[in-house]
Structure formats: C-alpha cells, structure tokens
Design a protein around this ligand. Structure first.
Ligand code: AMP
Length: 655
C-alpha cells in the first residue's frame, strides 16, 4: 500500500540489513567547486547537477523533485558506500535523500559506481557536511558486524567452523540444526540470567468475586454482547476467566495514583473491553482483544502496563532497556497511542514513539536517555533494534495493536523477527478488529493460553449512530456535488472527504484551495510533518475539511467530526465501515454521504447489508444495482467467462 511508503521503506531496509557489508570512506576534502556534474544532465541545470540518475542500485528517480538547500560549492567531500545500499540512501521516490539533505543542509550527489562501491559527493558548509556524514553513518550503521557479545556471536567469534558439516556430496554446508540449537541454548541462558517477571497484580474486589455465573453472563450480554473465552484449549490447571469489574475502583483501588489519573479524564464508567480486560491483564494473563479503535482498548492495555512496569524486581532506572513494547501498524496510530499514553502520568514513567518518517536521530536520542514504554511501527523498531540502539532484553509486556492490519500490510516477518528475541515468559496482548487465520497463527505461536475478549465492533455500533445517505452521481459530476455540499456547510460542520487515490485527494484539495476554501489533506505522498499538521489542524479546528485517502479511515479520532463523505466508494466494504465510524463517535451523531457511480455496482449488495443492519433507508436504485450486478455475474458464469464484475466495455456501457 503506497500510503505507508516510509514503513515499507523501513521494511525493505531492515531486510537488507541482514547482510552485513563493509563501508569504506575516503576522507578527502576538496576546497573547490565540483567539476563533476551529475551524470547525464549535460551540466546545464543546477537542479540536474544534484540529481542522481539511473544508478544501478537506486533506480532512476530523476523525476523526483527535491527542494534542495542552496548550493554551497566551496566544500566537497567524497565518501564511498556499498553500491547495493544506494537504494537505502535514496529511499522510496527519493524520500530519504530529500530528508538527509533538508536536515543537514548539505547536498548529496551520487556518482559513478565502481563495482561494489559507489562514490557519494557531499557539498555544503563544514557543518552541513559533518552533519550529513553523521546521518549517513547512522543510516548505514547496522551493516557493521554485530558486537561480540550479541546473540550472533557464534558466527563472529571464531566458532564458525563448528556450524558447518559435509553433506553426502562432500560439500560443506551450514549445519542448521546445530546452529539453531546453539542459538536456543544461548537465548535460554541469557533469559535464565534475568529475574522472573512479576505478573500478578490483581486483588479481586469482594463484590466482583461474588457475582454469580448468570449475573456475569447477563452483564456481558448487556455490554455489547461481549464474548470471553480461552482462545485455544481450555487446559486443566488454567484459572477460570475472571469476572468483569464494573467500576474503576474495583480494578484499581489498590493503585490510587492510577485512579487519580483516570478521574482527571472525567470518564463516567469503564468501557466494556476495560471491564473485562483489566482483571485479565492485571492477573498477568495473555489477552486477545477483538476490538476496534474507539472502544477504549488503548487504556485497557495501558493501565495494567504502567502497574507492570513499576512492579518488576529490578528498579526501573537499573534496567538495561524498556519494559513495555506497543507495536502499531501505522505512524498515525503509533502517534495516537503515544498521545493517549502521555495523558497518564504514573511515577515518572517515560515513553517514546518510534516510527518511520520521524526524526530517527532524535528517536535514538530519547531511547538512549532511558524510556519505559516503546510505541513503535514494525519497520522502525527493527531498524533500531538491529542497529543496537534499542535493547529488547527487558521487554516483558508486549502489545501488538491492530494485528490484523499489521499482517495486511505485510509486517508478519518484522513482527516475528522482533518477537523472536524477546523473552518467552513475557505477557503478550494482541488487539485486532478481525480474527483471520493469519492473526490466529500469530496468536498460537507467540501467546500463552490467551483469553480472548470479543467486543463486537464498536465502529459498527458507531455506524448505528451515523445517518448514512447514498447519492447517485455520474463520475464526472462528483466534484460539483461535493462543492455544493461544502458551500452549504454550517460553521460547526467538520468533514473528512475520502478519495480512492492519492492523486484524487491532491486534486480535490488543490481545487478547493484554488476556490479559496480552506482545507487540509492527508495521504501517503505527504511528508510526515505535513500529515501530522493536517491532523492537528482538523483536531484543533483550524480547518473543517480534510481530504484523505484510507490512511485516515481507521483509528483516527477526531471527536467533533460531523460528516464523512465517500467521494470514491472504497474497494472493500470493511473500509466503508471504518470510514463511516470516524463520525458518530463518543455518543455523538454524524452523517455519512456516499457518492455512488454506476461502476460501484459491485459494492451494492454489501452496502445494502450494512444499511439494513443499521436501520438505514435502502434506496431502490441501490437494490436494482445489486440485482443487475448479480444477474450480470450469473450470465458471465453461464458463458463460462468467470470474469465476475469486470465485464467488457460494451456490456458495461449497456448497464
Ligand atoms: P481507543 O479505543 O483506545 O482508541 O479510545 C478511544 C477514545 O476513548 C480515546 O480518546 C480515549 O481517551 C477514550 N476513552 C478511553 N476509555 C474511556 C472510557 N472509559 N470512557 C470514555 N472514553 C474513554
């Protein structure tokens, strides 16, 4: 998904990072203007001079516009880097090199590749060159062979030969069994040297303990029909699932400082997932929460995490690394969790948010000063762990937030890699909006007898508080209809306009701006800081219109959003539910308007189901669209075409 480009980049980077390669530098500083114009630019254009063109590793990004700092020709420094790592320096669409240049105020010119190495020319003031060198060193640092005391020491410390064997054909091959067994033993010894994890902090309130099974069942039914069970076999010896608490005091009366923090937020009652999750988590059990953003799930795993951090044997300041890890699929969600975490002050516990696209150096800085909670996207987490900026030895409470989405985005290898080295006796929490086989697999590999709490979909419940209207339009007429809506907006109205493509979002926001209508846009082509600013502008009410792609469809919590407009209908109906759930939150009502053009007919059937479920009016036109689509599919099947909804042009024209 291109909307998550930086994460993908991080993903690729840490894949590459597995192959250590030496870096060589040539520290010659030449105090004269560069004679070496960029390859292929003819030396005429200034901008071309700083462009890297068609180099073997990075691909051609000559069309990428970079807003270069002013060129300072006085200093040039040359540096050689492994050619196969040039892609890492360039970044997707030139994003990394742009970031390096804008942060350092130096210019980087990628020169000729002489086989394994490529020449980089760095231009700028002394200060800028030093800064960009540091940044490049940081960027490439994880290619250094790991230090001797790392868990990879077996392959680096002269023991290498032990892990080879001769196969039947007389060829030397790696003895994986031996290597794996050595690794397992080594890990075990490492973990055994750590003190046991303290997990049980729960003292059940007598009123909660006295609930009868039938009153528990009634409570669960009345609270979103919450379902609670052991996910896998309910083995003998496992404790019964704890009863739900009903008040904040029943969960935290032994932790008055935590209670004070909750009171400060002014919440009336715990949410259903909190009622059921707190007793489970405070008791130290693994938990799977099938719940979406908006259910109060963050606080459900956060408050027990704070108590867990404080309750360990080794005092916080003496621990080698942070204690709690919260992994989230996107930077927006990571930042949102970070914001939520920062609302609760407990005994000076510190957190950091690590995400691709954020200032890596600053993130490293914060980590090195000591933090207790790490909130991270998978790519940046692996990046910093592999570069040895972050120690995972003390992680004893792990949260995989929105696990299904992380898997959808292809982060499974990253998650597995991160969890591989975390001590296995940790407490693990997973949240997911859905329960597909991939998430189940992850749970069975990495969780211990988890208890599963299904809260149903509160976003679906939110859909019940949203008036959903369908507007049938011609594709060409969408912009006019949108404009008419905007011109009739009240001063209190706040709207997200969802577009199917980044280009459409850019186009719409530009058109609105040209018409003098203030708006913001949020999509994957925007820089991280612009994306953050766009959200902040919406939240603070500086603008009332946000034009976005599905990067904003989940999780984003803009409390007073009154309208969602589906300018383009989403590819999947789940996304419709998520988009619509951005409004009608926290007991408010909202309106969703969906523009339906005739080529959206494949979605009609699913949309009808949602509308019916939420007691909304189903327009006749939508019903007949669904019927026509069904008939077309049947016809196709009879004809043996099996091409589903994608008919030939003539057929579509007839429709
Ligand atoms: P989450 O599902 O974690 O994204 O939470 C969504 C919003 O609900 C956040 O703004 C929380 O501050 C808020 N929230 C969390 N717990 C409660 C509660 N018990 N009552 C009301 N709001 C809550």
């Amino acid at each position: 998904m291109a909307d998550f480009e930086d994460e993908w980049l991080e993903h690729e980077q840490s894949q590459q990072a597995q192959a250590p390669a030496p870096i060589t530098y040539n520290n010659t500083r030449i105090y004269r203007p560069s004679q070496n114009r960029g390859r292929g630019d003819g030396g005429h254009s200034n901008e071309g001079n700083w462009r890297a063109r068609g180099n073997s590793a990075g691909g051609d990004f000559s069309n990428t516009r970079r807003d270069f700092p002013r060129r300072d020709n006085r200093n040039k420094k040359t540096m050689f880097v492994p050619s196969k790592k040039i892609g890492r320096i360039i970044g997707k669409g030139g994003s990394k090199i742009r970031e390096l240049e804008s942060e350092s105020q130096a210019k980087i010119q990628i020169g000729d590749s002489s086989g394994d190495e490529t020449e980089l020319s760095l231009f700028g003031s002394d200060e800028a060159i030093t800064k960009v060198e540091e940044m490049l060193n940081d960027l490439l640092q994880d290619y250094k062979p790991p230090p001797k005391d790392s868990h990879n020491e077996s392959t680096d410390s002269g023991r290498t030969n032990e892990f080879f064997k001769t196969n039947e054909s007389g060829v030397q091959v790696i003895d994986w069994d031996k290597l794996n067994s050595y690794h397992d033993q080594h890990q075990k010894a490492r973990w055994e040297s750590l003190p046991p994890i303290v997990k049980d902090f729960y003292k059940e309130d007598p009123e909660v303990a006295a609930m009868s099974p039938s009153s528990v069942a009634r409570w669960r039914l009345a609270n979103n029909d919450i379902q609670v069970k052991r996910t896998f076999d309910d083995k003998p010896g496992l404790r019964p699932i704890p009863n739900p608490i009903k008040t904040f005091e029943q969960a935290f009366k032994h932790y008055p400082e935590i209670l004070d923090e909750i009171y400060k937020q002014g919440f009336a009652n715990p949410s259903p997932i909190q009622c059921q999750a707190w007793p489970i988590l405070l008791r130290g059990e693994d938990l799977i929460g099938i719940a979406q953003t908006g259910t109060g799930k963050t606080l459900a795993f956060l408050l027990p995490a704070l108590i867990h951090i404080e309750g360990q044997v080794i005092p916080r300041e003496e621990r080698e690394g942070p204690t709690v890890l919260i992994m989230a699929p996107t930077r927006e969600l990571a930042l949102q969790i970070d914001k939520e975490v920062s609302k609760y002050q407990y005994r000076g516990i510190k957190s950091v948010c690590l995400y691709g696209g954020g200032d890596r150096k600053e993130q490293i800085n914060i980590v090195s000063k000591g933090v207790d909670i790490v909130i991270a996207t998978p790519g940046r987490l692996n990046d910093l762990v592999m570069a040895k900026h972050l120690s995972i030895i003390n992680f004893s409470y792990i949260v995989l937030d929105e696990a299904d989405r992380m898997l959808d985005m292809g982060f499974e290898p990253q998650i597995r890699k991160s969890l591989f080295d975390v001590r296995p006796d940790r407490q693990t929490v997973m949240t997911s909006a859905t329960w597909p086989p991939g998430v189940r697999r992850l749970a069975s590999s990495y969780m211990k007898d988890p208890i599963q709490v299904n809260v149903g979909s509160l976003d679906l419940a939110a859909v019940h508080t949203v008036t959903q209207k369908i507007i049938f339009v011609q594709e060409d007429d969408k912009e006019n209809v949108l404009l008419e809506f905007i011109q009739n907006m009240d001063s209190n109205d706040k709207v997200i306009i969802f577009c199917g493509k980044k280009a459409t979002a850019t186009h719409i926001s530009t058109e609105l701006a040209l018409k003098g209508i203030e708006c913001q846009s949020l999509h994957g082509d925007r820089d991280q800081c612009d994306r953050e600013e766009a959200l902040a502008d919406m939240m603070d009410g500086n603008v009332n219109i946000l034009v976005a792609t599905d990067v904003a469809s989940r999780g984003i919590d803009i409390k007073d959003l009154t309208h969602v407009i589906n300018f383009d209908f989403p590819m999947h109906i789940e996304e419709y539910v998520h988009r619509v759930g951005r409004t009608g939150r926290a007991g408010r009502t909202g309106t969703a308007l969906s523009f339906i053009a005739r080529n959206d007919w494949a979605h009609a059937k699913d949309l009808i189901k949602i509308l019916e479920e939420a007691n909304q009016e189903v327009p006749d036109e939508l019903e007949s669209m669904a019927e026509r689509f069904k008939a077309m599919k049947l016809r196709r099947e009879k004809e043996g075409g099996g091409r589903g909804g994608r008919g030939g042009r003539g057929r579509r024209d007839r429709y």
